[in-house]
Structure formats: C-alpha cells, structure tokens
Write a protein that binds this ligand. Sequence first.
Ligand code: GLN
Length: 454
Amino acid sequence: ADAFNDAVAGSDALNCFIVKTPEKALEAADEADRALAAGDAKPLSGVPLGIKDLFCTKGVQSTAASHILEGFVPPYESTVSGNLLEAGAGMLGKLNMDQFAMGSSNETSHFGNVVSPWRRNDGGNTPMSPGGSSGGTSSAIAAHIVPAATGTDTGGSIRQPAAFTGICGMKPTYGRCSRYGMVAFASSLDQAGPMARSVKDCAILLEAMAGHDAKDTTSLKEPVPNWEAGLNGDLKGKTIGIPKEYRVDNMPEEIDALWKQGVEWMRDAGAEIVDVSLPHTKYALPAYYIIAPAEASANLSRYDGVRYGLRETPDGANLQDMYAATRAAGFGDEVKRRVMIGTYVLSAGFYDAYFTQATKVRTLIARDFDSAWESCDYLLTPTAPSAAFGLGDLSDDPIAMYLNDVFTVPSSLAGLPAIAVPGGLDHQGLPLGLQVIGKALDEQGVMNAGLAME
Ligand code: GLN
C-alpha cells in the first residue's frame, strides 16, 4: 500500500495522473497474492497499470483531459481497460493526455501539461515535453511510476511519446483492439495500444488488450496470437525496406545517424536491407490533418451540454445559446481549431476539394505500402523528426507541432501495425526512437524486428 501511495504521490511533479486510484491497484495486488497462493494467477495478476484518460472506466471520472467531460463518471468500462482488469491488472490511475488526444506535446490538456522526467544536458532545467497525446502514459512509464500503461494512437500518439521518453510503444493493426468505451477522436484511425519499457512487456500487454468485440463493428474477428512466446529477435530471411521519401528536408544529421544505426542492428540480426519507395508520403500529413479533424468535428458534436459533463446556461439562454456557451467554455483552443477545420472541409462547398481528395490520397498511401511489401517484410524509419522539445517551444505554432507526426501518420492512414523502440540519445542527452512498420496483422513480425534493435 505504501509503495502505491508513494508512487502516485511522487508523480505530482510530472502531473501524469488526472485521477489516482491506488486503492484499486492495491485490491488487485491482494487478489494476486491470493491467486498466486492458490495457483490460479492470471497473465497480469497484480500488475499496477496506468490507463490513459481516453478510456472510459466504470465509476472513475473519465474526461479525455477536457473541461467539457469534467465530472463525467462512466457507468461502463471500455473493452480494453476491462480486458486488462480481467487479466488481473490493477489500475493505479487515469493518465493525463492531450485534450481529446489532439496534440503532440501534452500541452492541450485541461488539467495542465505533463512534464517528462528527462532533462537536456544544456546546464538549464527546461521542462521537456513527454510527447503527445499519450504523454501522461510515456512520462509515468519513463519515471518508473508504472511498468506499463495504455496509450492510443490516431496519428502517432503512442509512438512519438514513446520516442520522446525512451520507451517502447506499439500501435497495432487498426481493429485489433476494440474502440468500445474509448472516447472517439477520428474513428477510422483511432487505435489503442500498449506502452512499456520493453518490447516484451508491450507484447504481454497487447495480448491482454486485443481481441474481437461485438460492441465495435470495426473490431477484427482474428484470434489473438501468443505474441510473447513468438518473440526471438531473429531476422534471418527477412528483408527490411528503407523508404527514401522519409528522408525529409532539414532532417537533423543525428536522426539520419540513428536511422543508419538501426540498419546496422537489423543487419546484425540477419536481415537484408533494401531501398524502397513510398511515392505519396509527402501527401500523408496534409491528408491526415483533413481526415482527422473532419471525423473529430462529427464525433465531438455529441458534447452538447445535455448528454454529458459540463452545461453552461447564461441568463436568458435558449437551447442554441446553451450549446454555444457550453462548447465555448468546454473545449480548449486546439479542439476548437480541429472542429473548425473539420466542419470547413466537410462543408458543401469544399467537401470535394478537401475531404474527398484526402480520402483518395489515403487510398494511394495504402497502395504505396502494398507495393512496398512486394520487396520487403518491414519498413524501418525514425519515429519522430527530432528529440523532445521544451514545453512551450512549439505551443504557438500548430503547423510546427503537426510536422512532428510526419513519420507516424502514413501507417495510421493505412491502418498498419507499427512499433517505436528506443534508438539512443542525441547530443542533448535526449532519447530518439526508431519505428518499424509491418503488414496488416503482422504484429508478431513488427515486434520481432523491434526486439532486434532493443
Ligand atoms: N499528434 C497527432 C494529432 O494531434 C496525433 C494524435 C493522436 O495520435 N491521437 O492529431
């Protein structure tokens, strides 16, 4: 009990929890003691996990780090968090994040930014971003407050924070994990996944999270393999593709060096390396920043001051005024920006020029990957174009912030599994990440390739 209480108390400096539930972790630990003695322990018996606040947790406030959902206590459990509890895990708390999972730095949370436990070696003490949107998750894991936790990834929100904090994170194939009870951002892209300090822990966690769920029509009817047992880090007979279009303009030399290091690790594990081309890569980011806001604007229309959380009723307000006042007060700036972009690209006059066009680009990007698989098994890329930045460095520049997703967004648009693993440190002593992308449903191969670089 003391250890759990100390862990959550010690987390305050990082602001990684929105709600702390050490009593729940303790309950699971007690149950694990009983189960171990009785010989019926489960895969995650007693493991204290953090749950990103995007997941609805029964009886525990779930806000997606927004003001509009403040005070919302779901009467049901998301499938993913329920699966983890079912596997014996305990919940240490709800983890902070970018509001509605929109952001790359964790600065859009209504509950204050999360701080990374890392500092750069410049003699100062600049608080660093833990990445986003799963920044409460990455920070809590990197600081050893929890051994593992859930993340969600719409365009990179598991992988980029993993890279920024020197941990592992995996976005599985779209549909591997149920979206039931996960607050929707962009439904055709949203995917839950594990974050932890090793590939093996990610495998163990994903095994418990994944599986078909009748409550989510996009959930895949596929058996969940024993990924942990299949890990061997052997890449003999495998071919790794290096996509030339990921060599973006102004890419820091250090990122290039990291990439070369990754290639060497792959070669050492027995893989053959080939150059491949994904010609439509440069259109991925613009297409994502049309499709994701479009879907977000539709998904967020449900926050009307009637069904959940906050309600603002100015004097003499009619229904319309109540909607407007509630949404004005309840959504943060980045969320409003997305709703405005989304409604614009979906509006009658611009639908074809923006939304239809972006969905066509999405198909071309998926086809690029299909062609790449004719000559390789996996793709190796950096996870993010830079190491972590300081809090506040990019918060006034949405475009610079969006550019952070350049390497993670294409595989999201194509629904493919991808893992981020630590690749080393940059000149400031900050972690850098490498990403492996694989074919749909080949989580096993992707994890193995990740393991080869660990
Ligand atoms: N940073 C991206 C965005 O803001 C991705 C977010 C995510 O994957 N949830 O949309």
